[in-house]
Design a protein around this ligand. Structure first.
Ligand SMILES: *Cc1c(COP(=O)(O)O)cnc(C)c1O
Length: 397
């Protein structure tokens, strides 16, 4: 059956992805099932989205209840789900104000606009610069692409946003060297995801924060992939004690409904976007906000952070063991349940293909890295099952 659907899909869907030849039908817990009924253990979670696993009854019931009540009303009015979701984001982050978007990319767009407006309000000029990182990923719209340090994605779409300069991640001096009187913000992922799973070093992040304070630049931390508990902290920056001026969220914040957010600290909230400066028709509608609100409740109820710390430590140990055992595994990097294995001498993509045949979903990240971003509800037994399937895939590849 898979092949029939694939042919029909390729007839009609623009080919911007080389998709794996699987047609998924439904999910349950940490398992997915294709239209032929084949079972897959999922260590990708729809790219770090499905933190609660599939078909969490309380989550799906909350969505069903909200559908029966109201799904959309526009941002011209208040709704209770948006009030609740915003309160929960502010409480969990300790930041000040939130703007809900439909995606991560749009959260980045909003963060860039807020930084530009902050600098404009301060000095009355409109030609400010942003410092971003090489090997970063912030999204595919023209603004988000402009701060994405990957020429391959950028070249056909130039000219992009002017005034973006790229520093080396985890190299404080390279950031310092780019600061001018026009700089308004530094943007980086607390843990680089697409670039190959590189966590920020503590000295680097603290150094960037101090640099931002010294020059009154806004620190924008992209928590779209590494946030929402994935590293064992609700937001990855909380482990470092480095508070951003603006944080971007998406992916797991809705656990499957399209929603993102940019969240501003007091300084950025007070001095940047005001009425008329930014907007969205769908963003933060009651349907997606009912999801966000329920996600925060379930993180608490199901002790997600504790589980990530316990099972993340176990996964780390298992992956380190694999690096010792196999010559073609160069190193493990990551935090909690956001882990990467760098592969040398053979393509990681081929291992992914063999893993899929063995009923295991893993994905790759930049360079030649196997990426593990499972649902945050996985158990140690799931990790054991994963490593068994992965070792079989190593043998087959
Ligand atoms: C996925 C991702 C984005 C883009 O989010 P979309 O929802 O795909 O627009 C931005 N930044 C990071 C770090 C991401 O992982």
């Amino acid at each position: 059956m898979n092949n029939n659907y694939i042919e029909k899909a390729e007839e009609a869907v623009l080919h911007t992805y080389n998709r794996y030849p699987i047609v998924f039908d439904h999910g349950e817990g940490v398992y997915l099932y294709d239209v032929d009924g084949k079972e897959y253990l999922d260590f990708a979670a729809g790219i770090a989205v499905q933190s609660l696993g599939y078909n969490n009854r309380e989550y799906t019931q909350a969505l069903k209840d909200q559908i029966d009540r109201l799904t959309h009303i526009s941002n011209l009015y208040y709704t209770v789900p948006m009030m609740e979701a915003a309160q929960k984001v502010v409480k969990a982050s300790g930041l000040s104000k939130v703007f809900f978007t439909n995606s991560g990319t749009e959260a980045i767009e909003g963060a860039i606009k807020a930084a530009k407006k902050y600098a404009y309000a301060r000095d009355g000029k409109a030609d400010h610069e942003i410092i971003a990182m090489n090997h970063s990923f912030h999204g595919r719209s023209l603004g988000a692409l402009s701060v994405t340090g990957n020429e391959k994605y950028q070249i056909p779409f130039r000219p992009l946003l002017p005034g973006v300069r790229f520093a080396e991640y985890n190299d404080l001096e390279s950031v310092k060297a780019l600061v001018t009187e026009k700089t308004c913000a530094v943007i980086l992922e607390t843990v680089q995801g697409e670039g190959g799973i590189y966590p920020a070093e503590e000295d680097f992040l603290k150094g960037v924060k101090a640099l931002c304070e010294e020059h009154d630049l806004l620190l924008i931390l992209d928590e779209i992939q590494c946030g929402m508990g994935r590293t064992g902290y609700m937001f990855a920056w909380q482990e470092y004690g480095v508070e951003p001026d603006i944080m971007t969220c998406a992916k797991a914040i809705g656990c499957g409904v399209p929603v993102g957010a940019f969240v501003l600290g007091e300084k950025a909230a007070a001095g940047s976007l005001g009425p008329g400066d930014h907007g969205t028709t769908y963003g933060g509608n009651p349907f997606v906000c009912a999801a966000v609100s329920k996600v925060f409740d379930l993180y608490e109820k199901e002790h997600i952070l504790e589980n990530v710390r316990t099972v993340g430590a176990y996964l780390t140990e298992k992956l380190d063991h694999l690096v010792e055992k196999y010559d073609f595994l160069k190193e493990r990097r990551g935090k909690g349940l956001m882990q990467g294995l760098e592969v040398t001498g053979r393509p990681a993509g081929e291992i992914v293909d063999r893993a899929l045949e063995n009923g295991l979903i893993v994905i790759t990240a930049g360079g030649n890295v196997l990426r593990f971003v499972p649902p945050l509800v996985i158990t140690k037994e799931d990790v054991d099952c994963m490593t068994e399937k992965l070792e079989r895939a190593f043998a087959d590849a």
